[in-house]
Design a binder for this molecule. Structure first.
Ligand code: ADP
Length: 496
């Protein structure tokens, strides 16, 4: 058996490929950005063929860069932007429309009318999701309704549909497999996360024929062979997972109650809730963390809309930072924020506030306030928002966090990580490799290919970079968090 694992990380802005050795160590990666297509305000599309080509390019490059003998590649894993959908012609392989991206709001009206017509509870019970244009179902309906002849073709079984993983699998296997995994299926709003089937009622509601959908299987297992025309040898695809679930796996959050937070443009928090799905009273999402060895693990998911984006705003919007990393030095140059709180509610507030009319607010400014205080308060806002979501998760699940694992661009900021630990009063662990999304599916595909027996074996390969322990006095923590909540109140119900 081969000794390398290749992973595909099909993200929202770039297609990347990574290579790992047989111990799960990342040797390196390559990536290529692709076009973001904005046909109208609020609409976002990608060209699926451009994505396929960029992905093949990235794999070719790592094979070249690391001088890899393809016969020594044991398997390929795929992780991908979730919810984004493509519909293509079964015979020609051509997409009938661009991919509609998760961010695209074109079907907001469809979703609003579903809520008005009382479908929210049913959809939530079946899928664990809140009714929103973000998920795939309404996007698929839109393509079938708006591309001429698409409905008839779909009814005749001439079309196939899927998320980006399915599109890549189908193409790389040259039409051999039309498959997806449980994590991706659970984001479509068509999949019943209890019965683990495409849900008949939902397919009817969104008017989507069963025949166009992929078969759903465990996240580790055989998804077909990459055709040898691509890289000279057949390579089995043996792991597939949506990006955030892959990151949860990549952070080895295998036990109930373990959680990870990714600090990117926004924050994505996922908590493993074990073999029980947990209903959220705070409009968090219940999702499938992974399917492994015939067992389903569930997760609660919550997100913060503006996290690293607030640091970008300091840099590009008001120009008080040269670069994102400089925020650490400036924040450390002052003892505290001097009573300043920044609530970066630029696009409203998500869980647990759910106030689309909230707007960004800075409170507590005095004559002594300088840019360091503002920078520090902005960084702190990432940690406060994370605590808000984690408190909602803890309340929903009754599970209390003992450690938070972190990744993403802003997790490199030591000040932020220490403050996060202080404000949560739990240790914060940052791994050496913060590319945990690609790492997760490398593990899954290694398990799927039989390189490793189980999760225990891969634990050996995970290395922490640093653990941040809480060192803030309890009264100070309570006082600061109390004031954060007061600041949030002042940002709510502002616009329109
Ligand atoms: P995404 O995948 O969402 O593009 P990344 O994980 O690449 O995000 O992280 C980039 C984000 O992290 C940017 O919004 C940037 O402002 C922020 N960021 C990067 N480095 C730092 C840092 N050292 N301190 C604070 N924020 C940072």
């Amino acid at each position: 058996m081969g000794k390398y694992i290749i992973t595909i990380d099909q993200g929202t802005t770039s297609c990347r490929a990574f290579v790992y050795d047989e111990h799960g160590n990342c040797l390196g990666g390559r990536g290529k950005e692709f076009r973001q297509i904005y046909p109208k305000p609020g609409w976002v599309e990608h060209d699926p063929v451009e994505i396929l080509n960029a992905q093949i390019w990235a794999i070719d490059k790592i094979i070249e860069d690391y001088n890899i003998d393809v016969s020594e590649v044991a398997c390929i894993g795929i992780t991908n932007q979730r919810e984004t959908v493509v519909i293509w012609d079964r015979d020609t392989g051509h997409p009938i429309y661009n991919a509609i991206v998760w961010q695209c709001r074109r079907t907001a009206d469809i979703c609003e009318s579903l809520v008005e017509n009382g479908y929210e509870k049913t959809i939530r019970n079946k899928t664990g999701l809140v009714v929103d244009a973000y998920f795939s179902a309404s996007k698929m309906s839109w393509i079938l309704d708006n591309v001429e002849g698409a409905r008839e073709k779909a009814e005749q079984g001439k079309l196939l549909a899927g998320t980006m993983d399915s599109w890549l699998i189908w193409n790389l296997t040259k039409g051999g497999s039309h498959l997806t995994d449980y994590t991706n299926a659970s984001r479509t709003m068509l999949f019943n996360i209890d019965t683990l089937c495409w849900d008949k009622d939902l397919l009817e509601l969104f008017d989507i024929p069963y025949s166009i959908l992929p078969r759903v299987q465990d996240s580790a297992g055989f998804f077909g062979n990459v055709h040898k025309e691509y890289f000279g040898e057949e390579i089995p695809i043996t792991g597939v997972a949506g990006d955030q679930q892959s990151a949860l796996f990549g952070q080895l959050c295998f036990d109930r109650g373990m959680a990870k937070n990714t600090y990117g443009t926004g924050c994505f928090l996922l908590m493993n809730t074990g073999d029980r799905r947990i209903e959220s009273k705070n409009r968090l999402i219940t999702t499938i963390a992974w399917g492994l060895d015939g067992h389903i693990t569930y997760a609660l998911e919550g997100s913060v809309f503006v996290a690293g984006a607030a640091i970008q705003w300091l840099r590009d919007g008001i120009g008080i930072l040269g670069n994102a990393a400089q925020s650490e030095e400036l924040a450390m140059a002052v003892e505290d924020t001097g009573g300043v709180y920044v609530v970066p509610a630029f696009t409203g507030l998500g869980a647990p506030y759910w106030d689309m009319h909230a707007r960004g607010t800075i409170v507590g400014i005095s004559r002594g306030t300088n840019r360091n205080h503002i920078v520090r308060a902005t960084l702190e806002s990432l940690a406060y928002q994370t605590r808000d979501v984690l408190e909602a998760m803890q309340a929903d699940s009754g599970i209390y966090l003992t450690e938070l694992r972190v990744d993403g661009g802003a997790s490199a900021n030591n000040f932020l990580m220490q403050f996060q630990s202080d404000i949560l009063d739990v240790p914060v662990t940052r791994p050496k490799n913060i590319e945990t999304t690609a790492q997760g599916v490398a593990y899954l595909s290694g398990i799927g290919a039989g390189l490793w027996k189980d999760k225990v074996e891969i634990e050996k390969s995970w290395k922490e970079d640093r653990i941040f322990y809480p060192s803030m006095d309890g009264d100070e923590r309570s006082h600061k968090y109390y004031n954060w909540k007061r600041a949030v109140k002042r940002s709510t119900r502002w616009s329109g």
